[in-house]
Design a protein around this ligand. Sequence first.
Ligand SMILES: NC(=O)c1ccc[n+]([C@@H]2O[C@H](COP(=O)([O-])OP(=O)(O)OC[C@H]3O[C@@H](n4cnc5c(N)ncnc54)[C@H](OP(=O)(O)O)[C@@H]3O)[C@@H](O)[C@H]2O)c1
Length: 162
Amino acid sequence: MNLIVAIDKNNGIGKNGDLLCHLSADLKHFKEVTTGKTVVMGYNTLISLPKSAPLKNRRNVVLYEKDIEIEGAEVCHSIEELFELIKDVPEDEVFVIGGAMVYTTLMPYCKKLYITHIDKAFDADRFLPEIKKEEWKVLDESEVMEENSLQFKYVTYGRKDI
Ligand SMILES: NC(=O)c1ccc[n+]([C@@H]2O[C@H](COP(=O)([O-])OP(=O)(O)OC[C@H]3O[C@@H](n4cnc5c(N)ncnc54)[C@H](OP(=O)(O)O)[C@@H]3O)[C@@H](O)[C@H]2O)c1
């Protein structure tokens, strides 16, 4: 599986249940990368989406301990249940899309990381685990872009051991 996230200079990803900033180019990039794929998210991230609704044109899987029905999404109550559900989906078609709790649990299973690096330190309360240099190598790196006075770039990392 893969992971996609926007992080600040301190690996911050969110605050008070929301993103740290809104970059329309990054949201477009996220849509391009994930459309047609399976996206895996925690319940808090689902709630943070517009209308707290699953994403269109993607297979949505939500991790949540409680037994609820979510229209347009499949609910998994554990990592074991998740792996059973996606066992026939090609690995590169699964994207972990947050939040912090789910990134922390699933990052060890990811082969590629699609990171938007935002060149600013925000006041965050949720973080991505460290991207360790001994574990990850840069596969691809965009030029630096700017929107709303924020500089950012897209970097794809791959596991060093594969
Ligand atoms: N920068 C980005 O690209 C980005 C992307 C996504 C999200 N975010 C931000 O991240 C923040 C949300 O992150 P978060 O850590 O609070 O929440 P989260 O990871 O989205 O969701 C956590 C919830 O998911 C459920 N869950 C997680 N792992 C589970 C498992 N293994 N089995 C069963 N249920 C599981 C838990 O439900 P239970 O309560 O039932 O245990 C938990 O309360 C928000 O601020 C959001 O804006 C940022």
